[in-house]
Design a binder for this molecule. Sequence first.
Ligand SMILES: CC(=O)[C@@H](O)[C@H](O)COP(=O)(O)O
Ligand SMILES: NCC(=O)COP(=O)(O)O
Length: 255
Amino acid sequence: MSLSEKLRLGVNIDHVATVRNARGGDTPDPLRAAKLAEEAGADGITAHLREDRRHISDADIDRLMDALNVPLNFEMAATDEMQAIAMRHKPHAVCIVPEKREERTTEGGLEVAREENRLAHFIAPLREAGCRVSIFIAADKRQIDAAHRIGAQVIELHSGAYCDAHHEGRFDDRDRELEAMREMSRYAHSLGLEVHVGHGLTYDTVKPVAAFAEVRELNIGHFIIGEAIFIGLKPAMAEMRRLMDEARGELQAAS
Ligand SMILES: CC(=O)[C@@H](O)[C@H](O)COP(=O)(O)O
Ligand SMILES: NCC(=O)COP(=O)(O)O
């Protein structure tokens, strides 16, 4: 991959639905947020249909599929129910994520290595249907090798541990997490996998990750939606885009 290729920004609109669902009505509408994000230059929209439907609903996915002009990255657990939904919609990308009912947010990466056989069979029809299959994993060589073996085209590295360490002031841990993601981005890229990164990224944490030459896409939601409350969605996205471009520009200048 060349550095002149654009680093894509996928905007996750799950937490617009979280606010909507707090009152059970129709507002704020995640589709409206997605269309605004699209107008503001989002390269894709990410939505996670959780098994417990705590934020995005089935109807949201129907409406996103009908109305979006940019690719939808459909995040889902590896269950029969979700596979059937994905097969009905055939979104541009399907990102397989681990899910626990009791977790507040996606805590870790998918355990691919221990479930290789099941996951290989699970993703095969999705690939045949034309979806790009992405696997949400920790920066762990074993998991990357397994994702590669089962035929995934993309991996998304979970940046939550790096972001948490930064915001909690555990800078040694942060630097270790960052280094692991850097090394594993290179490794995954060398296997021919497309590399994405996401979870918990903020203005303070995005630049070092955006500077990984092998990374093609960042998926960012919670922070952008939170910031949008104060400054609006388009300015919040524009600032994220500016930081990503700045990191990329610095990398290009140094190479
Ligand atoms: C997999 C992942 O990182 C996302 O789905 C995102 O964080 C939003 O969903 P949750 O906050 O419900 O985990
Ligand atoms: N896959 C990560 C994602 O879509 C966004 O995560 P977050 O920024 O909402 O934590």
